[in-house]
Design a protein around this ligand. Structure first.
Ligand code: GUN
Ligand code: ZN
Length: 376
């Protein structure tokens, strides 16, 4: 991949360009989550019309169903889903940990039971790359060892050691495969762990970032129930140990406020189920804060969700109509609400980028918070 820093602004905020085989990605970037090879309620055209340059897929889910060999037959995720821009695929480490019954890591990989049919499987640093070669994702994530927080120092230390061991195995396997012509257009990111402990984060970041063949680095293991300020402090601390000349990705984060705070702390890439999941639950994001579309107060409200929004939903429909569709349980509601929330997140990232390019981050951030607190 090609990576270029276009501008920097207040503190560690930066605007970059990442070029993969399938798209040019302007950062800061939010990657909508398409776990099963689709962003829920949407299709490839919807995502293209909203300007999404990269979306996420999940190795864990696609490996279990429909299977990566089948997807490979259809030309990988791009051919199968018809989304022509970039895909990033998570490795399955996090999903095996959070979704399956009694997942059990050992020195060489993770044993887990499928959440679909209870069948037993084993992921290794190499096997999750094989699956991701079949999926043809532009950015592949390594297998990492997750721990529930809070946890003992010994267990967190173990997780760092394992993640580094697996990262070394993964990068040498990837180089071997590329030498054989496999995955030549695919990039690979390592994942820094270490809970909210500074020394552990430093250790993990230093060990992984020394592996200079990695195309980028992620911060994992956050947004798992710790206080927000702990997440911000951990990111602030960790980005100082990450190289300037490679993309930085904060996994599974977050709210609009979390994105703004972490861009300032040096993060380029984000993903989260929040805009899509919240859309389906009736929570819509706007420039003045959240709207709970279920509320009776919107029954006869003829205004769009967000006066400032240029999405398909806001250009065409009222809150009253969405309130009705939600209450009636109509499928169309999910599509219209998801279109809005994703577009809101993408627009927020474009605005953040413009602020960095114009070097007026501080003003931008102030206005972002002021609009929210002035909500009636
Ligand atoms: N998604 C959110 N957090 C994580 C993490 O720490 N590791 C992986 N693999 N995926 C994640
Ligand atoms: Zn909208």
């Amino acid at each position: 991949m090609e990576f270029k820093i276009d501008a920097t602004s207040h503190h560690k905020a930066r605007a970059c360009t990442i070029k993969t085989a399938h798209s040019e990605i302007k950062t800061p970037v939010f990657m909508p989550v398409g776990t099963q090879g689709t962003v829920k309620a949407l299709d490839a055209n919807d995502l293209l019309s909203m300007g999404a340059k990269i979306i996420l897929g999940n190795t864990y889910h696609l490996y279990l169903r429909p299977g990566s060999k089948l997807i490979k037959k259809f030309g990988g995720l791009h051919g199968f889903s018809k989304f022509p821009n970039s895909f990033l695929t998570d490795s399955g480490g996090f999903q095996a940990f959070s979704l399956s019954d009694n997942s059990k890591p050992d020195e060489n990989g993770i044993t887990f039971k499928s959440h679909i049919d209870g069948s037993k499987h084993y992921f290794t640093p190499q096997s999750v790359l094989d699956t991701q070669y079949d999926l043809g994702s532009d950015i592949m994530m390594i297998l990492d060892d997750l721990v529930a927080l809070p946890n003992t120092k010994e267990r967190i230390k173990k997780s760092i050691e394992r993640t580094t061991k697996w990262a070394k195995e993964a990068i040498s396997y990837h180089k071997e495969q590329q030498a054989k012509g496999i995955g030549v257009n695919q990039n690979i990111f390592a994942i820094i762990q270490g809970g909210t402990d500074k020394e552990f984060r430093k250790m993990s970041a230093e060990q992984l970032c020394a592996l200079s063949d990695y195309d980028g680095f992620a911060i994992g293991g956050l947004s798992v129930g710790e206080p927000n300020q702990d997440m911000y402090d951990t990111v602030e601390w960790t980005t100082d140990f990450m190289p300037l000349d490679k993309p930085r990705y904060l996994m599974g984060v977050g709210t609009p406020e979390d994105l703004i705070e972490n861009i300032e702390r040096g993060v380029d890439m984000f993903d989260c189920v929040m805009p899509t999941r919240n859309a389906r639950n009736g929570t819509l994001f706007t420039s003045t804060g959240r709207v709970n579309i279920k509320k009776a107060m919107y029954k006869e409200d003829n205004s769009p969700i967000d006066e400032e929004c240029d999405c398909y939903t806001c250009q065409n429909f009222s809150k009253a109509y969405l309130n009705h569709l939600y209450r009636a349980g109509e499928i169309t509601y999910f599509r219209l609400a998801s279109l809005h929330n994703i577009r809101y997140y993408l627009n927020l990232m474009s605005q953040a980028r413009e602020a960095i390019l114009a070097d007026n981050w501080v003003e931008f951030k102030k206005e972002f918070y002021e609009k929210r607190s002035s909500k009636k």
